[in-house]
Design a protein around this ligand. Structure first.
Ligand code: PHE
Length: 349
């Protein structure tokens, strides 16, 4: 029996040593030390032994049991350590690997131009006004002296939503909305309104069915054409350089009288004629005029006491001219190769 126990011990220890993982080790524990294992089997035979032999075999059995269970414990610790080491190795972070780049967004060129103009006008005491993009026919046309059936409505092909609502074709309806609300006890009107406008146009390099405008409106006592001219001169110089001169050509808008279009002397050639100004030395920039007395009247303002001027310019045109953008669609398609070119400018470089 003693030999039996010794053989069992050897066998068990060998098996434990060779165990590949914790799972296998656990089944060995059950196999050799469990209730149904060989140890139990041997103990059952103890009764048959003589009184001298019994304590010897009993002691040996305990010894073998302890030895096997210690061996299992050691192996378990070893396996657990190995497992932990492996896990740590797998989770090691190589701090020398290049990281994932975090890219910062930039302000869109169009927004940059709009902000620059906003800053400039705020500096001259203007307030920023807003109006709805889905506009009433009344404000977009009628209150601006464009009654139904007026031929000048055709100048701006419109997206109608219902008979009386449309996507605004210009920011000028904000003129009417502002005048209607204004109380001259609070001083004169001095607003600009940047915003999106919509026209039924086929998109190409210079046309877009959606674009932006900045409307300007000043109404008060003794506001004259010279005020308009002075304001536009400042605008032109600030946007395109101190050397710019302006030229006002007679034009027509139903809501201004007289109406003008403003050209600036070409910033590329200085006026001698080049590709940018198509050889004329001048570049058309915006439409403007003195607010039509009928428009003042329709908004409840007395034209014998108050007068004013208005202008409307396209930030797209300013951006395209200043940065030689050859296709208006670049401003809307958000190709990062395009938009990122204007990141440095924002950082003031
Ligand atoms: N709303 C006009 C346009 O879109 C521009 C304009 C605004 C003209 C204000 C005169 C005064 O063409």
């Amino acid at each position: 029996m003693l030999e039996q126990l010794e053989a069992l011990e050897k066998e068990a220890i060998l098996a434990v040593e060779q165990a590949a993982d914790l799972k296998e080790l656990n089944s060995l524990r059950v196999k050799y030390l469990g209730k149904k294992g060989p140890m139990t089997e041997i103990m059952k035979q103890m009764g048959k032994l003589s009184n001298e032999e019994r304590p010897l075999v009993g002691a040996k059995a305990n010894e073998v049991r302890t030895s096997i269970s210690e061996k299992i414990q050691d192996k378990q610790t070893a396996l657990e350590e190995a497992e932990l080491r492996l896990q740590l190795e797998n989770e090691t972070i190589d701090v020398t690997l290049p990281g994932t780049k975090v890219t910062l967004g930039t302000t869109h060129l169009l927004s940059q131009v709009i902000r620059e103009l906003e800053d400039m006008f705020i500096g001259m005491g203007y307030k920023i006004a807003e109006g709805p993009e889905v506009e009433l026919d009344y404000y977009n046309f009628e209150a601006l002296n464009l009654p139904k059936g007026h031929p000048a409505r055709d100048m701006q092909d419109s997206f109608y939503i219902t008979e009386n609502t449309l996507l605004r074709t210009q920011t000028s309806p904000v003129q009417a909305r502002t005048m209607e609300q204004h109380d001259f006890k609070n001083g004169p009107i001095k607003i600009i309104c940047p915003g999106k406008v919509y026209r039924r146009d086929n998109d190409d390099a210079t046309h877009s069915h959606q674009f932006t405008q900045i409307e300007g409106l000043v109404v008060g006592e003794k506001i004259t054409f010279s005020d308009l001219k002075g304001t536009l001169t400042i605008l032109a110089k600030r946007m395109f350089g101190e050397a710019r001169e302006i030229r006002l050509r007679p034009s027509f808008f139903p809501f201004t009288e007289p109406s003008v279009e403003m050209d600036i002397s070409c910033f590329a050639c200085g006026g001698s004629g080049c590709r940018v100004c198509k050889g004329t030395g001048w570049i058309e920039i915006l439409g403007a005029g003195m607010v039509h007395p009928r428009v003042l009247e329709m908004s409840g303002i007395d034209p014998s006491r108050y007068s004013g001027f208005a202008f409307g310019l396209g930030p797209e045109r300013v951006a395209m001219l200043k940065y030689a953008v050859d296709d208006i669609r670049h401003l809307y398609t958000n190709d990062l190769r395009f938009t990122n070119q204007f990141a440095a400018k924002e950082m003031g470089e």
